[in-house]
Design a protein around this ligand. Structure first.
Ligand SMILES: [Zn+2]
Length: 513
């Protein structure tokens, strides 16, 4: 391999290329094992083919062809199917696999049979792979420096959260904070979707829930909403909030991971239990005492790497479906698995697109799995998934309530509403209509609380006050509720907040006239 290093360089390049897009998000230690694996495999393939062919030039080319096909598979698959996940019922995977095998066999035959001088081709592969390597190393160096600079800035804008002093009751109750992503109020479901959701709401009420049916989310985007509710503060009041035009959500990611609510409860003696949502900041928490990784095969990097290759079925194909089903079934078992008292945080992506379930939990069509385009416009698929979520949540909560200990505290809340009246899932929000602002901010917000806390609840409470209410009235913390305010901002300029509290109130009053 001395003269022909491309069979070794190409797979290493593929791994480093993926890593270069994830620097700052994934530690280098996650990359070491994949690097060793591809290097060993490459040497083995090259060694075996050299032995078989008695020709290093041919062996080197065959090995490199193998790697190019291997790591391009996932991309091509994604382009053909429009989804990055493997679905067992999708014929595309097997057709593409067959095509890839045929191409590999044909190329190998051509390489072994040809009488042309392969030294030139090998030299070309050497130069090309070396060039790719230089580019990826340069981009790695640049993004490493950039991430370091950012990290020091973030430490400034988002200082360590100060835990709130809580008084632990004699018999502390387990707390479940369940976020159903993009779940609107019954009112919106009726007006915008023409759907009557009373079956679900009545089910919750029967179990003792209070439904804050005039609730709105404080922010329209997940990162903003969660970092605000988990820190019980508005983001413009955070010291040195990132500038208005900043797209840098790394600060909010950190606020989600290192949040005041979990830290306060941990300091009071709670174990913090975290469920994998499958979405960046809430996949894994370094702060949690227990992480439930539902449906994970390897770490995030290994999974992303596998997804580029024909090995993608190893991820179980519909990994997102498995993860969600696993969360539904595992959450009620937390008391058996983790010592109490426990604070369980489960951010669940459905009913938010992609639409992975019909009302019976069966997969919907492939196109519904897409995350691009006007996914919110597909109201039928949304309602199918919502029905399934409803049924699973009722089942999960009723199991959770079957406990010998004190009745748990359960909050089921959306981080924001739906977006079927908006233009696209990202963008097109710069000049929103009022009916869209209403749709996006209207949320499900349901509480199961001890009586003395519940009597302080009100129907228009917003997530920023959820834990203020609980901490003040259940844990006797020295903190007050704050004014419920609603902000809007778009994906392009997430920190360019526009307060719409009064606008929404005016509309409601107008509607009553
Ligand atoms: Zn969300």
């Amino acid at each position: 391999m001395k003269r022909y290093f491309h069979p070794l360089i190409l797979p290493i390049y593929a791994v480093l290329f993926l890593y270069s897009h994830n620097v700052g998000h994934i530690g280098f230690r996650h990359v070491v094992l994949p690097l060793i694996a591809v290097a060993v495999l490459s040497v083995a393939v090259y060694g075996l083919s050299t032995k078989a062919l008695h020709d290093q030039r041919r062996a080197a080319l065959i090995t490199s062809c193998f790697w190019v096909l291997f790591f391009s598979f996932g991309r091509v698959h994604a382009i053909i199917t429009g989804t990055r996940i493997f679905l067992p019922d999708a014929g595309h995977y097997y057709s593409l696999l067959l095509l890839w095998i045929v191409i590999f066999v044909v190329l190998s035959l051509l390489i072994t049979r040809t009488t042309r001088n392969l030294a030139i081709v090998n030299r070309f592969f050497n130069i090309a792979s070396a060039a790719l390597m230089v580019i990826v190393l340069a981009s790695l160096a640049m993004s490493t420096v950039f991430t370091h600079m950012q990290a020091s800035q973030h430490a400034e804008v988002a200082p360590e959260p100060e835990p709130v002093q809580l008084q632990l009751p004699q018999q502390p109750r387990d707390i479940y904070y369940i976020i159903l992503d993009g779940y609107p109020s019954s009112d919106t479901l009726k007006k915008v979707y023409g759907y009557d959701n009373s079956y679900f709401i009545d089910g919750l009420r029967e179990m003792g829930f209070f439904i804050a049916d005039e609730s709105r989310s404080n922010y329209p985007l997940t990162v903003l909403s969660l970092s605000s509710s988990l820190n019980m503060r508005y983001l413009d009041e955070m010291p040195k909030t990132p500038g208005d035009d900043s797209r840098q959500t790394a600060v909010t990611h950190r606020l989600i991971e290192e949040n005041t609510v979990a830290r306060s409860l941990q300091q009071a003696g709670y174990n913090f239990v975290h469920f994998n949502s499958g979405w960046g900041p809430t996949i894994y928490s370094r702060e949690a005492d227990e992480n439930f990784l539902c449906g994970r095969v390897g770490d995030e990097f290994t999974e992303a790497l596998i997804n580029l290759t024909p090995l993608m079925p190893a991820l179980g194909g519909d990994g997102a479906r498995r993860r969600i089903l696993c969360t539904f079934s595992t959450l009620p078992q937390v008391p058996q698995k983790v010592e109490g008292p426990r604070f369980t945080f489960a951010h669940m992506l459905p009913p938010h697109p992609p639409y992975l379930f019909d009302r019976d939990g069966e997969p919907l069509g492939r196109s519904e799995m897409q995350m691009t385009g006007d996914v919110w416009k597909n109201r039928e698929a949304y309602l199918e998934q919502l029905r399934f979520v409803n049924q699973q949540v009722l089942k999960m909560v009723s199991k959770t309530l079957q406990t010998d200990g004190p009745s748990p505290i359960v909050v089921i809340q959306a981080d924001h509403g739906t977006a079927s009246l908006g233009e696209r899932i990202t963008g097109g929000w710069s000049d929103p209509e009022e009916d869209f602002l209403r749709e996006r901010s209207s949320i499900l917000n349901a509480y199961l609380l001890p009586d003395n806390v519940e009597e302080n609840l009100y129907s228009s409470i917003t997530p920023v006050n959820t834990f203020r209410l609980l901490f003040r009235h259940h844990f006797l913390a020295d903190m007050d509720l704050i004014e419920d305010r609603v902000y809007f901002s778009c994906y392009e300029r997430p920190f360019d907040f526009r307060e719409i509290t009064d606008l929404l109130k005016e509309e409601e009053e107008g509607a009553k006239d």
